[in-house]
Design a binder for this molecule. Structure first.
Ligand code: RAT
Ligand code: ZN
Length: 443
């Protein structure tokens, strides 16, 4: 039973003085500048573990892409070429690699100002390697790259980008790539494998002959024998590749639960395999493949994913860990909210069309405000080695600016912030969260 408080207690005046929050303008300017400089320095000097790229070590020969012709022929630039040139896709694809690069250079860098993120990136790379960033043609750059030793060049580029380790994308359904794995090449100390398996989830009919071709008993129908066969196929690949995680990109139409082959493949084959090997699965959701097929890799687009499906997966498979990146800007806030509900969900990166400074800033701010430092802010998705220079420079700048604003606000609110705390946060975002997630050594 509640007692009515006595009159004297009720009448006692509340004696708590709320200290007025110090406003931005009242923080001494030099303190703000110091903080900004400290954050900039820590973000620049903390090495990044690049958790999703399409890069390969030199032992993968023609798959290991670097140099000016590759940089200029990047599919992000190919898409831009057709907006400024009258050449038709068929005619473009009929050209040799050098002619393609010459055309893109002339069109996007000579006849136009390289203002877009992808074109500006090439300018940044040339500058950081000490080359003329605005040449009339690619002769000097070609000579420079031709004179580089591959291994030393990788080291130099990784040092400039301050990237300590690179995570590859190893497609077990790409015969070109499989040929290299079949040679049992010694692993490169700086490159880690990821088992990529899109056709398993997206096109079983296409994947089937490749599984059967390696001696596993499977059929079109996902019966018990086929489930067991695919699991053995994956076990063998995991044994050979030692991947850090398994990965697939998904269309926006991914729904769970659903009576579909994709969902059965996920819940009966992939997730149990991940659990058996203690591997996380990475789902990159939102890509609409080949909306313009004539453009090949440059012809993909995006759509809005269904976050309630992601939440249901996290709920129904609490013993699985999900790395998730979504392609639609409109999905990003929902992903943060989902991650607040499910500790087995790790949002990562600003993927593909989101990897532009304005969007990286926006998404990173949302994530910090909702998740603190418990997410992985970025991956480069680099296909050509030197791209890690500009992609990480641009991302670092955006991430640092977001952190500055949040640390400044925290200090205004009275928190005794130290450089060590900033170092710890940035380390977690650039390395620690991922290392812990995939069970790598946490240094
Ligand atoms: O960003 C890209 O280069 C895309 O073409 C894709 O490779 C995407 O990143 C993926 O991994 O599917
Ligand atoms: Zn990718």
């Amino acid at each position: 039973m509640q007692h009515e408080p006595s009159r004297s207690v009720r009448a006692r005046p509340i004696d708590i003085k709320f200290q007025e929050t110090v406003r931005y303008s009242e923080m001494p300017q030099n303190q703000i500048e110091n903080l900004r400089q400290t954050v900039t320095d820590i973000v620049a000097s903390t090495p990044v573990l690049d958790i999703h790229t399409h890069l390969y070590p030199p032992s993968f020969r023609e798959l290991s892409l670097w140099g000016i012709d590759e940089l200029v022929n990047y599919h992000y630039l190919v898409a831009e070429l057709f907006r400024s040139s009258s050449i038709k896709p068929l005619a473009f694809w009929a050209l040799g690699k050098r002619e393609q690069a010459d055309l893109i250079w002339r069109t996007l860098f000579v006849e136009n100002t390289p203002l877009s993120e992808a074109t500006r990136g090439v300018v940044g790379v040339l500058t950081s390697l000490g080359l003329n960033p605005a040449p009339a043609d690619l002769t000097e750059a070609r000579e420079f790259f031709a004179s580089q030793d591959a291994e030393q060049h990788i080291e130099r580029v990784m040092a400039i980008a301050n990237v300590s380790e690179i995570v590859m994308t190893n497609d077990i359904f790409d015969p070109g790539e499989v040929a290299y794995w079949d040679r049992n090449l010694p692993p490169h100390p700086k490159f880690h494998a990821v088992l990529r398996m899109d056709p398993l989830l997206n096109d079983w009919e296409k994947a089937l002959p490749l599984v059967a071709g390696r001696g596993f008993d499977v059929s079109l129908d996902l019966d018990a024998k086929t489930v067991a066969g695919i699991r053995k196929f994956l076990d063998a690949w995991i044994e050979r590749m030692k991947p850090l995680y398994m990965a697939a990109s998904q269309p926006p139409e991914l729904r769970y639960p659903e009576d579909s082959l994709r969902v059965r493949m996920l819940s009966e084959v992939i997730l149990p395999t991940c659990r058996a090997h203690n591997l996380s699965v990475s789902l990159m959701i939102g890509v609409h493949k080949r909306v313009n097929p004539a453009l090949r890799d440059a012809g993909d687009s995006l759509g809005h994913a269904d976050l309630s499906s992601v939440e249901r997966l996290c709920r129904d498979f609490p013993d699985n860990r999900f790395l998730v990146s979504l392609l639609s800007r409109e999905n990003q806030h929902e992903l943060c909210v989902a991650a607040r509900k499910f500790a087995n969900l790790m949002p990562f990166g600003c993927w593909w069309f989101l990897n532009n400074p304005s969007i990286v800033s926006e998404i990173t701010m949302e994530r910090v405000e909702l998740l603190g430092s418990s997410f992985i802010p970025q991956h480069s998705d680099a296909r050509i080695l030197e791209q890690i220079i500009y992609k990480w420079a641009h991302s670092r700048r955006a991430i640092a600016a977001v952190l500055m604003d949040n640390y400044e606000a925290l200090q205004r609110d009275g928190w005794p912030l130290t450089a060590d705390q900033i170092r710890r946060d940035v380390w977690r975002m650039f390395q620690g969260n991922f290392r812990k997630w995939v069970g790598m050594e946490v240094r």
